[in-house]
Design a protein around this ligand. Structure first.
Ligand code: G6P
Length: 367
């Protein structure tokens, strides 16, 4: 087993460090710099639907939320995202004008598989964003966009998540070009940003950054609760950060779109509460910082995720985690790495078994 972990203490840490390679495998051969075109090798006609339903569970659901944002921004198609266990029982509105996209690492999660069947029954076209080759879902899907992240053993999903999000970047780009909502110049810009991802994630894993995250994780490891905030395309980064922390450290964590804080979670803030805020470069950064000031005014402990070089906003934080600068639309991939490491080092500081967290399974094949 030690050999399988490739010198790492755990599968989870190994898989966190495999992300540059996993992302290379997700992206390779699919992006063409010269023309700004994306080749996904799927049969789906990009004009053949009017709306998209994204369906998934757990971490894959959060990848789907990033997908919703990207597709609506870049391809201007209405998207809704459902957790599979709700979708399959809510008598969803489906027709031949629907594209159902299921997202799954294992391709075996029973709720997602049954939701896929429900969508097919209603006449939807179906596409899967899937890791496991030849899995049950792939046998029933019209088309599969494999993420090629390689086997994921750690129960808490890491490399599958960043590869899923990258697959959505490509899908949104492809749809945007095909449906005429994205200019060649915008497409080339984004395509370039996507190609940079393996390198940026490699940089996000530089030893001094990892050490800083470890220090911060240890400093707050005995907190009872944690709050995560983010907005726009990085609201799901906050949700995923809270999920990772809950899964492996068993610390109670909540996540909210930052602007929603005033409608409830603000009541939780006191000097004992660490608040992780995704505040990397974006159109909404100023608004995010004003949310941070509200946390500070109530003595919350602010852990800010900032883009490299943003010393201006560092003064609003108790602790800063710097991440490499990335195009806003691909930044969830880079930012997720810091979230994974924060959860990881919190759990290890508390002596938890991160590869086998209590009560969780890698793949849930019974309802
Ligand atoms: C389980 C795993 C999660 C995963 C979810 C969906 O709950 O513990 O890590 O995100 O299932 O799995 P899937 O294989 O469909 O992506």
């Amino acid at each position: 087993e030690a050999a399988e972990k490739g010198g790492f203490d755990t599968y989870m840490l190994k898989e966190i460090y495999e992300q540059p390679q996993a992302l290379t495998n997700t992206l390779i051969g699919r992006l063409h710099d010269d023309t700004g075109e994306v080749n996904l090798d799927i049969n789906l006609n990009p004009q053949s639907f009017k709306r998209i339903s994204i369906i998934a569970c757990g971490t894959a659901y959060y990848a789907g939320l990033v997908g919703e944002y990207l597709i609506e921004q870049l391809a201007r198609v209405p998207v809704e995202v459902d957790v599979a266990s709700e979708y399959r029982y809510r008598n969803p509105l489906v027709s031949e004008n629907t594209l159902a996209i299921v997202v799954s690492q294992s391709g075996e999660t029973i709720d997602t598989l049954e939701a896929l069947r429900e969508a097919k029954k209603g006449g939807a076209k179906t596409l899967g964003v899937i890791n496991a080759k030849g899995s049950s879902m792939t046998r029933e899907l019209d088309d599969t966009l494999y993420i090629h992240a390689g086997p994921e053993i750690g129960v808490a999903s890491t490399k599958a998540y960043t590869s899923m999000v990258s697959a959505f970047v490509m899908l949104a780009l492809w749809l945007g070009r095909a449906r005429g909502t994205l200019s060649e110049m915008e497409a080339k810009d984004l395509l370039h940003a996507a190609r940079e991802l393996p390198r940026l994630v490699e940089e996000a894993l530089a030893p001094e950054r990892v050490e800083q995250i470890r220090r911060v994780a240890e400093k707050y490891a005995h907190a009872r609760d944690y709050l995560f905030l983010g907005r726009g395309v990085n609201a799901p980064t906050a949700y995923e950060g809270a999920l990772k922390l809950k899964e492996i450290s068993y610390i109670h964590a909540e996540a909210y779109a930052a602007g929603e804080m005033k409608h409830g979670p603000i009541a939780l803030i006191d000097a004992q509460l660490p608040v992780v805020v995704v505040a990397t470069e974006s159109r909404l950064l100023e608004k995010t910082i004003s949310n941070v000031q509200e946390v500070r005014a109530r003595s919350g402990k602010v852990i800010l995720l900032l883009s490299d070089g943003d010393s201006e906003n560092a003064r609003h934080a108790d602790d800063v985690l710097y991440v490499p600068r990335a195009h806003e639309m691909v930044s969830p991939v880079v930012n997720a790495v810091a979230m994974q490491l924060l959860a990881y080092f919190t759990a290890t500081a508390l002596g938890k078994d991160v590869d086998k967290p209590r009560n969780l399974a890698k793949s849930v094949t019974v309802e």
